[in-house]
Design a protein around this ligand. Sequence first.
Ligand SMILES: [Zn+2]
Length: 195
Amino acid sequence: MGPDIETLIQKISRLPGLGPRSARRIVIHMIKNRDISLEPLLTSISRVFKNVKVCPICANIDTFDDICSICSDRTRRNDIICVVESVADLWAIERTSCFRGMYHVLGGLLSSIEGRGPEVLMLDKLTQRCNINGVIEIVIALSATVEGQTTDHYIKNFFGNRDIKTTSLAHGIPMGGELDYLDDGTLFAAFSARG
Ligand SMILES: [Zn+2]
């Protein structure tokens, strides 16, 4: 095997969820199906590479002109905002179709060990959106980890003396559970029974 293919396998094997074995299988598959697999993939990767942006309103990742497809969707409610840790969690919630409001993607969870303070939560930005859109509810959809729950409490306190209801996902989420790994049914149930 020459260095080019070797490098490709190495790069693919470092992607999340893949290892050297699956990387080799993927590369062999792509080479064998050069025209129908490799070329469309190249086109697709280069399109995303050129056009992908972080939404200036919610921090979702998408290809768009000004704001992402969720923020620009007029059929969605803009008076209810769901706070998530990551874009992966936002996409997990979108998969279940249980939520028709807007999002606020955090820049991380509070962590004294890793030195992440309240600035990563960008609550000024969230407050501004609440004021502009007359937000009535903030749904805090964070993982049931220590950091997730600490952040949950911090956000609840922050909005404590305002006229905005703050809710959290129901305890269907197993302790230590990462949102993105939940099956759609569990996530849907946790969302519907929030309080
Ligand atoms: Zn957006």
